[in-house]
Design a protein around this ligand. Sequence first.
Ligand code: PHE
Length: 357
Amino acid sequence: MTTDALRGETLASIDAAQTPEALEAVRVAALGKSGSISQLMKGLGGLAPDERLKVAPVYQALREEVSAALEAKKTELGKAALSARLASERQDLSLPSSPLLSGTVHPISQVMDELSEIFADLGFAVAEGPEIESDWHNFTALNIPPEHPARAMHDTFYATPAEGGERMVLRTHTSPVQIRTMMAGKPPFRIIAPGRVYRSDSDATHTPMFHQVEGLVIDRGIHLGHLKWTLETFVKAFFEVDDVTLRLRPSFFPFTEPSVEVDVGCSWEGGTLKVGGTSSWLEILGSGMVHPKVIANCGLDPNEWQGFAFGCGIDRLAMLKYGMTDLRAFFDADLRWLKHFGFASLDVPTLSAGVGA
Ligand code: PHE
């Protein structure tokens, strides 16, 4: 190929290169170790002196011209890449400067964080279970026989059973997490299990989905006194008042024996119910000593292991602590309500700084 043809061809490929990679390939083909122009320069050594004097300046000029063209194209491609990036990475300057701070934490989430913080301090771990639960975990293992009224259609959301398969339910309480915890590990256990539960019920004080926190302690030699102390300690820390009176009433649950319902002493202040005093009582939880049959259903020996359990309505705790009056507002997703009752997203409840936010 003549020098002129080589020049024309190389400059044309530089011009045609669309990407830095394509341009680099052209550079290597011309100026790389075995590139066409480098080969020409190498050949100079074998030429007769006067021939060499004649062609060397031509080759050198070609090499310089090609280098300059490569450099110019490289700059051009860089500029094009930058403008493409500037065009694609537009900033919306009308966005709020701190979007994180404009959202709020829902009071239910806040209360769950507070509960976890308080019980973590008492040595409890947080456990979880599925919301779509097997009939066995939700009822049978908890010593709720098939004819028990808790199973009646008006309470429980049942899924259509799979063919020949088990019937699933939306869990009606967090108690199945007791079963899952006892079956999955080795005692002793100290857990709480906050989460959503479902019952087919809806009015000013009931929503079909609501929240509970389950508590479970299984160890040797556990008795009702441990339950009472734990609940008192929890209620005092949660409401941040020392003069809390708990009223324990005998009750019945198939999965605890004996069973105790717990009311917290309250008083009315300017139209809202406040914790403290004993002029009024509000039921906050059900509890008791875990029934030996339940312990045995989980494969543990009830003669060796005992414990207590409680199940507490989180929504009600939140209403009492933060002064909301209508349960349904929790689930309306009304931004004005959320702004008013929500919590700063970066404020994490801690025992030292106060779990009350
Ligand atoms: N699971 C019961 C309910 O939903 C509450 C409970 C939990 C009672 C644990 C005793 C022990 O009403």
